[in-house]
Design a protein around this ligand. Structure first.
Ligand code: GLU
Length: 278
């Protein structure tokens, strides 16, 4: 960029242009005063350690911390963020309709999804695993055949079961993982399958301690990305810069410790932006 002398008048125009960009895109409050702008972020509401709405109405989890960091880098304070629940099956539609500005909701980057939305990241690498009853044993994907499995509609977890490792398992699909957890507890299903990051959070809940365990199978690679509306390249670039900064200034490590520490989840190192592990 060429540097030139900035007159007072052109500086004002420049400042206005910046303000317009910052609150321009849909979902933002595009108010002409540049004040009280909002950003709407899609998260999960029932995944402890990742995205959880607590009884007092606040939000916690790794995805929430990532979302707050990214929003801040985009120019939004915490109070400017409106969190919305985006269940697994609703994420592409929520972005396409502009219901949310971005999604940080254990959202794996896949070729299929990338046809409909754009992704920044990845910012976490997780692996599909199983949550089973403490006295049960499953050592490989094939052990699942003949068993009753639960997963969530629109998730890679459900898709992988059908396509890959347990074609003959009976798969029950619910709208959320917490519904699956209820079914596991009552004995309606034998296992809940999704990312180990999510399962570790459930297993560590006070009410489930000693009842469930993770099978410890790395059944897939789940590269978590931040989803944005298709075509919003500038937004993707800005979010990638924010994610890079989050790793560099160690906020990423802190978020990992705060959110995965209590569940003893052994996370992978921070991924490099653009490096998708197949
Ligand atoms: N990460 C997987 C996915 O994006 C499973 C977790 C989820 O459903 O959010 O489908």
């Amino acid at each position: 960029m060429k540097l030139r002398k900035v007159t007072a008048a052109s500086a004002t125009v420049f400042a206005l242009a910046l303000t317009a960009t910052a609150c321009g895109s849909d979902g933002g409050d595009s108010g002409s005063d540049g004040g009280n702008k909002k950003i709407t972020v899609g998260i999960k509401y029932d995944q402890p350690g990742l995205g959880l709405k607590t009884p007092d109405g606040s939000f916690t989890g790794f995805d929430v911390d990532v979302a707050k960091y990214v929003a801040k880098e985009l120019g939004y304070e915490e109070g400017d963020i409106e969190f919305k629940e985006t269940k697994s099956a609703d994420r592409e539609t929520a972005l396409a309709r502009g219901d949310v500005d971005f999604i940080a909701a254990t959202y794996s980057i896949t070729d299929e999804r990338a046809k409909k939305v754009d992704f920044a990241g990845p910012y976490l690498l997780a692996h599909q695993d199983l949550l089973i009853r403490a006295d049960d044993n499953v050592t490989k994907g094939d052990d699942l055949n003949g068993k009753k499995l639960c997963s969530v509609t629109g998730s890679t977890s459900a898709q992988n079961v059908k396509n890959d490792f347990a074609k003959d398992a009976q798969l029950k699909e619910y709208g959320t993982y917490s519904q699956c957890l209820g079914a596991l507890q009552s004995g309606q299903v034998d296992a809940l399958t999704t990312d180990d990051s999510i399962l570790a959070g459930y297993a560590a809940q006070e009410q489930y301690k000693g009842k469930f365990k993770l099978a410890g199978l790395e059944l897939s690679n789940e590269n978590y990305g931040i989803g944005v509306k298709k075509g919003e390249k500038e937004m993707v670039d800005k979010i990638n810069a924010a994610l890079e900064k989050m790793v560099q200034d160690k906020s990423w490590d802190k978020a990992v410790q705060d959110n995965f520490g209590p569940a003893n989840y052994e996370n992978e190192r921070a991924p490099e932006i653009g490096n998708i592990v197949k």
